[in-house]
Design a protein around this ligand. Structure first.
Ligand code: UD1
Ligand code: CA
Length: 449
C-alpha cells in the first residue's frame, strides 16, 4: 500500500509574490502540478496535498485532479508539523508514505520509483533522496555512513561551520514506513533556529534510515526564490528541447526557444531562433517556424512556414504560409495552401483552400470560400458597437484594395469588389460591386485666392 503526501502549505516568503509558491508556473504548469505528475505512475491508494497558506486558491487550482485529498495545516509550523496533520486521516493506513516537497518539481518518475524500490527491498524505516551539490547552501545536510545509513539531517541554518562542509544534501523526498513514522511524529520539538517542527528530525529517530543518491542533481533543485525558479525553468526547457531534437526537430538557437508539456512536433521541423510554444501546440512534419513566433494551443499541418507571427487557439492546415507579422487569433481556421501576409489579423474565421490575405487586413467572424483573394487593406467591419456580425465571401472572389465589408454581408462566388469600396449590401455571384464616390475632375480649376 502506498500513500503520497505533498507538502504545499508554506507561503514561500522568499518568492516575494502574491501567489502561493506551489502555484508558481514552470514551463506552463504549476510547481504542485509537476510534483503530482511525477508520482502519477505509482498509482498510490491515497494522494494527499497538505495546504495552508492560501489553501482555497491552491485547492481550486487542483479541483480537476481526481482522487486528490486536501488536508489543512493551520498555522504552518514546519514540515514536521505538516506531516503530523496526516496522523488522523491516515490513522488506519498500513503501508509506505511517500513525502514530496511541493517546491521540488523536476523529479523524474523513474527516480521516485527507484526510491520506493530501494526502500522496500532494504526494509528501511525511512529512505530519503540525496544529492551531492557543488554549492549546498540552504539545503539540509545529510550525515550518512558508507553503507548509506543515515544518522541525522541538520538544516543549513542549524549547522556548525564544520557541518556545512558536508555537501550531501536532503532533497526533501522521503519514503517512510508510515506506522513507524506515526510513532515518532508526536515527539518532534521546536528546538532549532526557526522554532519549527522539522520532518527531517524524524530521521534520527527511525532505524534503519537509508538514503539514495540521485545521479542527476538537477532533479532535486528546490525552488525558494525567483532565481531558483528561473534555473529550474532552464533545466526543464533543456530537457524538452533535447527530447524533441532526438525525435528529429532542429533548433537553430535552442536556448532562445521555449516549449511546454503539450508541444508536439512532426519530423524535420526547423525551429528558428526566438520561438515559443505554449499550451497544446501541435506542429506537423517539415514545418519551418520562426524566427520570432509564438504558437499557443494551435494545430499546424505539414510544411507550414510561420515567420514573426502569433498564432493562438487557431488551426492551420498543410502548406500554408503565415507572416511575417501576422496574427491568427482564436477560431482562425485555415485550410490547405492559404497565405496570410504582413499586418493581417484573422479572428474566428474560416478560410477554404488557397485563400490569400496578403497585406494589411482584418478578417473577423468571416467565412471565405476557396481561392478568395483579399486585397490589401480589406477590412470586415464585424462589430456595430453592440453585436458581432458575419461576413461570407464566395469561392474565387476578389476584394480590391481598401475595401470595407460591413457585416452582416454575403458576397456570392466569383464576385469582384472595386478598390476603395464600402459595401453594406449583399452581392450576387459573378457581379462587380463598387461602393465608392464617383471621381470628379474639374479641369483647369482655379484655386480660390
Ligand atoms: C526543506 C528541508 C531541507 C531540504 C529542503 C529541500 C525541512 C526542515 N528541511 O527545507 O532539509 O534540504 O527542503 O528542498 O524539512 N511546508 C508546509 N508546511 C510548513 C512548512 C513548509 O507544507 O509548515 C512545505 C512548503 O510549502 C514546501 C515544503 O514544505 O513545499 C518545504 O518547505 P521549505 O520551507 O521550502 O523547506 P526548506 O527550507 O527548503
Ligand atoms: Ca524549499
Amino acid at each position: 500500500m502506498l500513500a503520497v503526501a505533498v507538502l504545499a502549505a508554506g507561503k514561500g516568503t522568499r518568492m516575494k509574490s502574491d501567489l502561493p509558491k506551489v502555484l508558481q508556473p514552470l514551463a506552463g504548469a504549476t510547481l504542485v502540478e509537476r510534483v503530482l505528475a511525477s508520482c502519477k505512475g505509482l498509482a498510490p491508494q491515497r494522494q494527499i496535498l497538505i495546504v495552508g497558506h492560501q489553501a482555497d486558491r491552491v485547492e481550486q487550482s487542483l479541483a480537476h485532479q481526481h482522487g486528490l485529498e486536501f488536508v489543512l495545516q493551520q498555522p504552518q509550523n514546519g514540515t514536521g508539523h505538516a506531516v503530523q496533520q496526516l496522523l488522523e486521516p491516515l490513522s488506519d493506513f498500513q503501508g509506505d508514505l511517500l513525502v514530496l516537497n511541493g517546491d521540488v518539481p523536476l523529479l523524474r518518475a523513474e527516480t521516485i520509483a527507484n526510491l520506493l524500490e530501494r526502500h522496500r527491498s532494504s526494509g528501511a524505516a525511512v529512505t530519503l533522496l540525496t544529492a551531492r551539490l557543488a554549492d549546498p547552501t540552504g539545503y539540509g545536510r545529510v550525515f550518512a555512513d558508507d553503507a548509506a545509513q543515515v544518522s541525522a539531517i541538520v538544516e543549513h541554518r542549524d549547522c556548525s561551520e564544520a557541518q556545512r562542509c558536508n555537501n550531501l544534501i536532503n532533497a526533501g523526498i522521503y519514503c517512510f514506513n508510515w506506522r513507524k513514522l506515526a510513532e515518532v511524529l508526536p515527539q518532534l520539538s521546536t528546538n532549532n533556529d526557526q522554532g519549527e517542527l522539522y520532518l527531517t528530525d524524524t530521521v534520527a529517530m527511525l532505524s534503519p534510515a537509508m538514503h539514495l543518491e540521485v545521479a542527476d542533481a538537477d532533479e532535486i533543485n528546490g525552488i525558494n526564490d525567483r532565481l531558483q525558479l528561473s534555473q529550474c525553468e532552464a533545466v526543464i526547457q533543456e530537457r524538452m528541447r533535447r527530447h524533441w531534437m532526438a525525435e528529429g526537430v532542429s533548433f537553430v538557437d535552442p536556448a532562445s526557444c521555449t516549449l511546454s508539456d503539450g508541444t508536439r512536433f512532426g519530423r524535420d521541423v526547423v525551429v528558428e531562433p526566438q520561438c515559443h510554444f505554449r499550451g497544446d501546440a501541435v506542429i506537423g512534419e517539415g514545418c519551418r517556424i520562426g524566427p520570432g513566433s509564438l504558437i499557443d494551443n494551435s494545430r499546424i499541418g505539414d510544411r507550414v512556414e510561420i515567420v514573426y507571427s502569433v498564432v493562438r487557439d487557431a488551426a492551420v492546415a498543410s502548406d500554408c504560409a503565415i507572416g511575417p507579422f501576422a496574427q491568427l487569433r482564436p477560431g482562425a481556421d485555415l485550410a490547405e495552401g492559404c497565405r496570410v501576409g504582413n499586418f493581417v489579423e484573422i479572428k474566428k474565421s474560416s478560410l477554404a483552400e488557397g485563400c490569400k490575405v496578403n497585406h494589411l487586413s482584418y478578417i473577423g467572424d468571416a467565412e471565405l470560400g476557396s481561392g478568395v483573394n483579399v486585397g490589401a487593406g480589406t477590412i470586415t467591419a464585424n462589430y456595430d458597437g453592440v453585436n458581432k456580425h458575419r461576413t461570407v465571401i464566395g469561392a474565387g472572389s476578389k476584394t480590391g484594395a481598401n475595401s470595407v465589408l460591413v457585416a452582416p454581408i454575403e458576397l456570392g462566388e466569383g464576385v469582384t469588389v472595386g478598390a476603395g469600396s464600402t459595401l453594406t449590401k449583399n452581392v450576387p455571384a459573378g457581379a462587380l460591386a463598387l461602393g465608392r464616390a464617383k471621381q470628379l475632375v474639374k479641369e483647369n480649376w482655379q484655386a480660390p485666392s
